[in-house]
Design a binder for this molecule. Sequence first.
Ligand SMILES: *Cc1c(COP(=O)(O)O)cnc(C)c1O
Length: 392
Amino acid sequence: MFLAMDNDLSSLRTWMEIDLSAIRHNLRVVKECSGEGTKAMLVVKANAYGLGMKAVCSLLEEEEFIAYWAVANVSEARYLMEIGTDKPIFILGPTHPGEWEEIVHNGWTSFLSSLEQLEGMLSLISNNPKTLNFHLGVNTGMGREGVQPMGALSFAKRFAELEEKQSPIVRRLNVDGIGSHMPVADEDSDFTKEQIKIFEQISRQVGELMPLKYKHIANSAGVVGWGSSCGNLVRPGLLIYGHNPMGKNSSLPIKRVMSLKSRVTLVSKLPEGEGVSYGRDYITSRPTKVATIGIGYADGYPRQLSNKGADVVIQGQRCPLLGRVTMDQIVVDVSHLDSVEEGDEVELFGDTISVEEVAKKADTIVWDIFTGLGNRVTRVYSNNDMPDPSMN
Ligand SMILES: *Cc1c(COP(=O)(O)O)cnc(C)c1O
């Protein structure tokens, strides 16, 4: 369910508050720290990291800085087509032969990672009039996609050969760029610097044999660390959605976009020696006032937070999580609050508790927390740039 912020939120149980103007702000920040003339392939995979692909794409559709929307796979590309967009759609992950016909038919762009894939796609368009849009993927350290650096030259030579023969099919090959991916942009700057150098070298050599409009390698961490020296297209995701993967090592003015809220559904008093939640891992050591809250791991509040010292915020005060996170509910200690009531708002993360704190305690990363937030969580959008409120 989607709502605008000026709706009455009092009937909501669990929701995300999403500040669309902060998304716009973050896009501007990314633009400023990318090189002159650089464009973006905005990563909106995984339902725009849980914030809503339709809301994000409608909000930013007119931004000229964005050259492509990037999705992970064919089903996300389909969804984006349904939403409707005039921008080209790029599929980030490798695709399998069973998907190619649909990709070519819809004019989506994807990475090609081998000569075999090129040949396969060529035979597909040899008996159909469509254009094949692709970027050459090169593996420079991630190991999950792209030709090896040496293979990039063979690929480009095959392309040049087709061109030399003036093969009519060449006119229906639209090679729009070359790309690679950074495995440690937020962890190892020596490796990343070397990686960028190698990528530039390959791009230059390939560019002599194949026309290349875009060269791209930077994810969010790459943009923060090396934005102005990373080709002419950046691929930010998390940074746009309000979290800087470089943390305190970066002073980039990225604004938080999202907070996760729920409500107290029951306040009760438990005597000393009472167990709380599955497994009875937690036993009260004194009479304890507890609040039951309407969020659980099925909403994306990580079960791994069980017994890890996590807090939630009620009335501006931290309240410790007791026992295990269950599918639909959690229980917190509110003994120190005077007047907690059923229906009170609860912050799981936001102003007081950072999503990073939650990710750390759950022994995972912020990307995982964002994309794990489930369908039961109502997306509530604030700001006057509100896109079509009928979106689902
Ligand atoms: C997901 C993804 C990105 C975006 O990563 P962030 O760290 O969220 O910026 C960029 N490039 C590729 C290939 C990806 O798969």
